[in-house]
Design a protein around this ligand. Structure first.
Ligand SMILES: [Zn+2]
Length: 254
């Protein structure tokens, strides 16, 4: 992913995703109004002042060229529910970790501070989506489920799907206990058996799932950023604890 900066707001995009009808980006912590632990562009969460979050979201949307759009958000419960939204849908989707749309002017927004943001695009069918994949959703194969959902809904093969993984916690920083490690295959864990420590490669597990579901490796992009390793750019729940902000993933058709 490349870092872009127009005004004060910095965000990341996949530089080869240049379809003229697509808007997508992953916010960093640069360019917002929040203070202290939430400094600067905090996009969600309970700890920060709600009016700062509102202002930050408006700044990010404006940076992406969106003024007062219809914004859809999932409740993000670390489940596997994925919903296709249209302009008649309610804008807050209960019990939902994945949002898809085929309509223009519907902005899909999801929030992250270590979990994997999985962007999806089906260029030939002008369909887009964003998936929130933490370890629980990943253990329940939310990435494969999203591919199956799209294939069924659009009546297409998985080779039509382009996927991109935004910044998430990497295996360098994501130590998990044995109870989490046992939910994943050996190849998905970097284990250090002598010290009895396990490190989970959450982005890679999602890539395996996309490939298992039939998405060609050449169609899958990845940011290469670890959220915990880059405090100047990203909030990280693992690094900072409860008192930290959230980045936003945004995708929309114009
Ligand atoms: Zn790291």
């Amino acid at each position: 992913m490349m870092i872009f900066q127009g005004g004060k707001v910095k965000y990341l995009s996949f530089s080869d995703w240049n379809w003229p009808w697509l808007i997508h980006g992953f916010s960093t912590r640069w360019g917002g109004v929040s203070n202290k632990e939430y400094r600067q562009l905090n996009m969600a969460g309970r700890g920060d002042n709600a009016s700062n979050i509102r202002k930050n979201r408006a700044l990010f949307l404006k940076e992406m060229g969106l003024i007062n759009p219809r914004v859809f958000m999932g409740e993000q419960v670390h489940g596997t529910n994925i919903k296709m939204v249209n302009q008649e849908s309610s804008t807050i989707k209960r019990n939902t970790d994945g949002l898809l749309t085929k309509e223009s002017q519907n902005v899909l927004l999801a929030f992250f501070a270590d979990c994997v943001p999985l962007f999806l695009v089906v260029p030939e069918y002008k369909t887009v989506g964003i998936i929130h994949a933490g370890w629980k959703g990943t253990a329940q194969k939310i990435a494969s489920r999203a591919v199956e959902f799209l294939c069924k809904n659009l009546e297409i093969g998985p080779d039509k799907i382009r996927a991109g993984l935004g910044p998430a916690i990497g295996p360098c920083c994501y130590e998990v206990g044995a109870e989490v490690a046992e939910k994943f295959l050996e190849k998905e864990i970097i284990s250090r058996p002598r010290k009895k420590r396990f490190f989970l490669d959450l982005p890679q597990v999602n890539i395996f799932q996309l490939e298992d579901a039939g998405v060609p490796a050449a169609n899958i992009g990845k940011s290469g950023f670890c959220t915990a390793c880059n405090p100047h750019l990203f909030y990280s729940h693992r690094r900072d604890g409860e008192k930290t902000g959230r980045m936003a993933s945004l995708i929309a058709i114009i």
